[in-house]
Ligand binder design. Sequence first.
Ligand code: UDP
Length: 311
Amino acid sequence: MENLSGKRILISGGAGFLGSHLIEKLKGCEITVIDDFSTTAVNYLPRNVKIIKEGVERFTTNEKFDIIIHMAARPSPDDYMEHPVETMLSNSIGTYNMLEIARKSDALFMYTSTSEVYGDSEIIPTPETYWGKVNPIGPRSCYDESKRFSEALCMSYYREYGLDVRIQRIFNTYGPRLRHDSSYGRVISRFIYQALKGEDLTIHGDGMQTRAFLYVDDWIDATLRMLTLKNLAGEVINIGSDKEITILELANKIINLTRSTSKIKFLPSRPDDPKRRAADISKARKLLNWEPKTSLDEGLEKTIKWFKENI
Ligand code: UDP
């Protein structure tokens, strides 16, 4: 693997949950973050990171970079359904702006895509070769379809300009710093917060829908491999867990691990909520020599500890 030390790296959305964790591991790099802080409540970035507070859909620069990581997006379903237009613009014009900067710099371009491109997948665990089952006009389409557009645009830059584009499809990832509040909260951070406060855990639907959860350290490990290994241009790789669990089982597990007295409250289902989701990670195993190392129990313990100390 190549050493990243001394590289000039531009990261869009770098102030978010995943970006702030990744940047801690990019020691010795010259890092610029472009982020509008629209979904970030706390700035966890180290002091030596240059921050440009701007929406990625409005950002251009003549500066040159070695690596560009395009992460800016609104990934929480409740949040993107409230801001569909903004969601689509950062995942379309934003992606175009970042690709243009990469083309002018001849930089390595890494795009953090999503398992949402598969929609309500009929094949579980889902491999990269599955084309997806997405409702193009449904309430989640603002995210799903614009992420699919971004992938297609990345591949067009790879084919037309020979840009070294690498796409990761991130499945549900969790850990310390994941927001729990209002529409930004994801299922694990919300449940941990509710359990620690003694509030009811809010399950959408009957809780029989599944997800597979990856601990943030495993995502960082995969991402560093994707940034440093050779011969990955034009590759699309699932980064996630293949260990499926129902949301009801997850809720009970979190109640047990926190020794909470909370109960479960069932709410209406979210529209177009995928029924099952898990990653087929055969390709990541083969190309990156990677697989998740942190079990769900271990990752939840670490996340619960962080929530107890920080929230
Ligand atoms: N979910 C839930 N209660 C919540 C938040 C989420 O039951 O308070 C469910 C949601 O319906 C989905 C799963 O948990 O089936 C994961 O939701 P999340 O918002 O974390 O992300 P998604 O995987 O849908 O993008």
